[in-house]
Write a protein that binds this ligand. Structure first.
Ligand SMILES: [Zn+2]
Length: 854
């Protein structure tokens, strides 16, 4: 269930962001920025570089106009061995990052068309940077032990489309530095320069072909650590400054994003290079479930004069051709140019198509992309899964709500489900075909197909629920094990592992068919929709299809929900499959309703960036638990899950001196996964995120509401207001905070500013989790008792503030609410009156606050 659609969609964006050595090729949608104030100047310098000895000595070859020739020419650039400088104390500052080239040798790359695009350095150097944002300093500290980047380096590979060359040349000229020939230096650097070039050639090409370049700077530093460290400042990205480290773990390349943040002088105006207006996708699925597809992208130019369109597509699909609206083939770059490791890690390719000419801002045009490959996994026994999320069609990355028009042709033996309203269903001897059109703008589109059986409960909205006739092979293998204890408990969040080695066992009852759950599951999905409509407003789509998928996760698409096979299994079968109590509850009480809640949270509004994914996930999870809680109030499902999450958040990480809570704030999103702490993303986004939503609901709640009045009216109003204001638009954490501020009660205004900074800074942008102890005295006064004491707060910064409810326990009777203590530091004094003498004081027995009880 963490593999829900919105999560997946954003992981693409995020992973691109993580691929810092693949700078800005695909403008993360929000990353495409207006040129910064100093860029024009930089561009001017690029266009008319300062004459230097280097450039005078070499007759500048003409810049190729053909994109592929330009790319090849950029790739061929090598350090200029005839002009190697012995340098001392050269300095560069890019944003908040300071580089000193203390002593060593430096050569520029050969110029192309008079422009220099890089330099290499060997010797002694130093880099120092302190991110302004506390969350980013925390992230740095997680990776390197200290909250600042302060490292020495020996080698440096530098690439840029900004004025770095001119800046270094000025310093060299000022020092009267004369270059000399050094073949040994270039012999060392030539193979490295060749290997590192392609990514930068593409990035440089994007700028060189644009009417108004948006420059970037990149440096790869060999520090004392095993892998080099990279720093980039790219004004095409939303978060311009990235500091990180590519790593090999067990032969697999991964990426650690140490820090990512906006420049200290971010461009004020931002616009994307190209926006999608609508998609038309035609897909033919062959008998062997390979896919041949064609996406017609209707695009609008967001900026004048951009020629390179970055399109995302699964790495399992090979582009056959790209044509413009006059049916003319366009040059494009896929696969070979993008380093293989990057594509493997991201799962997606970024295909760069080059337009014949730049478009004026606002102009719209079409691109047609044809491709083929294999994106459908056969899980056995007639169960299939389209594993490429939204990347089975060509699209512009990022969060865009657009109309979709999908046509499919597929083998007759299978049933296909897809997002949108179906029409034009046809069937011939071998195949079926149909067309699905979105009834509202969709953030993404998906389909699946299998040997499904379908049921449709009566009622509104129309629901069709699809299950496989047989269990997929992995689960069958699981059920054939003698005892479930033979297997490690499966993580609900992982795919089932290969279970081929397991032997069958006699005497087991025959495995159930998932179709036996159709009726009951359909009814409970419909019941949950009624609950969610009461919270969020009317169901936003024409109908809801619910389809089983192999594996152990769910996904929520617009009007289409995928549920893991596990949700279709009766409890005894779940247990035989090795699911523990929590995994069973997750599959039964949580996953189906979490995915249904994504119909609103994820598909009506979506996450504006990777930093905002937590809102959609936490809200879907919280609403699912709230619904499950109302179905069986006696089972206290919400309270049990909240305590379960609290325990997960406050348990010390094995081998570390802190709990998972301290790993990073919710706004790190996917980056939490790179922090080498297992399950950090899941535990924080779902566990802590759920608590954040719960705390908001509790603060907005009116427990004294007269009977017949809804004590949660304010919380519902908040949710409806957000969904109305951001209908078919992305939602950022700042938008969410603003909406909470418009619905906050006076009691929530702890800082007297009518703002909720205290809450979001602590719980969303911060990592602290408080501990509390209480000390008190009781004195009789009249017929009552005066309770005075202090509430001690630890485990947080001193400025941490929270409303902490205290209750008195008496010898007899229910706990009596004494009142709320708003903490203002390590110690907060209080005085309350109690009707009877308290024997004990308990802190927050009704679970309104996330704090560390351990
Ligand atoms: Zn989800």
């Amino acid at each position: 269930m963490n593999h829900v659609r919105s999560f997946l969609r954003f992981s693409l964006t995020v992973l691109l962001l993580l691929g810092a050595d693949f700078i800005g090729i695909a403008p993360r949608s929000k990353a495409a920025l207006q040129e910064p104030a100093n860029a024009t100047q930089n561009a001017a310098q690029n266009a008319a570089p300062l004459p230097t000895a280097t450039q005078q000595a070499i007759a500048a070859p003409a810049v190729p106009t053909d994109p592929r020739a330009l790319y090849d020419a950029l790739n061929a650039l090598r350090p200029d061995g005839a002009h190697v400088y012995a340098v001392k104390d050269l300095t560069l500052r890019r944003d908040i990052v300071n580089f000193t080239f203390t002593e060593g040798k430096l050569a520029f790359l050969e110029p192309l068309g008079g422009r220099i695009t890089g330099a290499v350095f060997s010797g002694r150097g130093h880099v120092i940077a302190t991110p302004r944002d506390r969350g980013e300093r925390r992230s740095l500290a997680q990776f390197i032990g200290v909250p600042i980047l302060d490292q020495s380096f020996s080698d440096a590979y530098i690439r840029f489309s900004d004025d770095t060359a001119a800046e270094l040349q000025r310093q060299l000229a000022h020092d009267g530095n004369e270059p000399s020939s050094d073949p040994r230096f270039t012999a060392y650097w030539n193979p490295l320069a060749a290997g590192l070039a392609p990514t930068h050639s593409l990035r440089t090409m994007v700028d060189w072909l644009a009417a108004e370049p948006i420059p970037y700077f990149y440096i790869l530093l060999q520090t004392g650590t095993a892998s080099p460290v990279e720093v980039s400042v790219d004004y095409r990205r939303d978060e311009q400054v990235n500091i990180g480290q590519p790593r090999f773990v067990d032969g697999v390349r991964s990426y650690d994003m140490w820090a990512s943040f906006r420049s200290e002088n971010p461009p004020t105006e931002k616009s994307e290079a190209f926006l999608p207006l609508d998609y038309r996708v035609d897909s033919t699925i062959a008998e062997d479930v390979s896919l041949q597809g064609k996406t017609m992208l209707h695009l609008r130019a967001g900026r004048t004069g951009e020629r390179v369109v970055a399109v995302e597509l699964s790495r399992h699909l090979t582009v056959d051709n790209i044509t413009d609206e006059n049916n003319q083939p366009l040059p494009y770059f896929q696969n070979d140019e993008l380093s293989r490791r990057e594509a493997a890690r991201r799962g997606n390719d970024f295909i760069l198509a080059v337009l014949p000419a730049g478009q004026p801002a606002g102009a719209d045009f079409h691109l047609q992309i044809s491709y083929h490959g294999s994106v459908i996994t056969d899980a056995g026994n007639g169960a299939y899964f389209v594993g490429e999320r939204g990347a089975w069609y060509a699209h512009i990355g990022g969060e865009h709500f657009t109309p979709f028009d999908l046509t499919f042709h597929w083998p007759k033996r299978l049933t296909l489900v897809a997002t949108g309203i179906e029409s034009e269903a046809r069937e011939d001897r071998e195949s079926k075909s149909g067309r699905w059109r979105s009834e509202t703008p969709f953030p993404t589109s998906g389909f699946n197909l299998s040997q499904y059986q379908m049921a449709s409960p009566t009622g509104q909205p129309k629901i069709q629920i699809y299950a496989n006739k047989q269990l997929e092979e992995a689960i069958m293998a699981r059920l054939q094990v003698t005892t479930p204890n033979d297997l490690p408990p499966p993580s609900i969040l992982d795919h089932f592992k290969d279970t081929d080695h397991l032997s069958g066992a006699a005497g087991q009852p025959p495995p159930p068919s998932p179709t036996s759950a159709l009726k009951q599951l359909g009814a409970s999905v419909q019941d949950s929709i009624r609950f969610f409509e009461n919270v969020n407003g009317a169901f936003p789509f024409d109908h809801l299809d619910v389809a089983q998928i192999p594996g152990s996760f769910g996904q929520g698409w617009p009007g289409l929900v995928y549920l893991s096979t596990l949700a279709f299994l009766p409890p005894e079968t779940q247990e035989r499959a090795g699911l523990d109590e929590w995994a069973q509850s997750q599959a039964r009480d949580l996953m189906p309703f979490h995915e249904v809640a994504h119909q609103w949270w994820g598909n009506v509004t979506g996450a504006a960036s990777y930093r905002d994914v937590w809102i959609q996930e936490a809200m879907a999870n919280y609403l699912a638990l709230w619904y499950a809680d109302t179905k069986k109030p006696g089972q206290h499902r919400l309270a049990n899950w909240l305590e379960h999450y609290r325990a997960e958040l406050t348990t010390k990480i094995p081998g570390a001196d802190h709990s998972i809570e301290l790993v990073g704030p919710l706004v790190l999103g996917q980056r939490l996964n790179s922090l080498k702490v297992p399950d950090a993303y899941t535990t924080l986004i779902y566990g802590k995120g759920t608590w954040v939503m719960h705390m908001l609901r509790e603060m907005l709640r009116d427990p004294g509401a007269p009977s017949g009045k809804d004590p949660d009216a304010r919380f519902r109003e908040l949710l409806r207001a957000i969904l109305a204001e951001h209908r078919f638009r992305p939602l950022s954490t700042a938008d969410f905070q603003h909406a909470v501020e418009q619905h906050m009660t006076p009691a929530m205004d702890l800082e007297g500013t009518h703002r909720m900074d205290w809450f979001f800074d602590q719980w969303v942008r911060g990592t602290d989790l408080p501990r509390y102890t209480v000390k008190f005295d009781v004195k009789p006064r009249g017929n009552a008792f005066v309770v005075t004491g202090k509430l001690e707060q630890s485990g947080t910064e001193d400025v941490f503030t929270a409303p902490v409810p205290l209750y008195a326990i008496h010898i007899a009777g229910k706990p009596e609410r004494l009142g709320l203590v708003v903490t203002t530091g390590p110690e907060t004094r209080f005085q309350f009156e109690s009707r009877t003498r308290p024997t004990r004081i308990v802190i927050d027995p009704n679970l309104t606050l996330l704090w560390n009880k351990g």
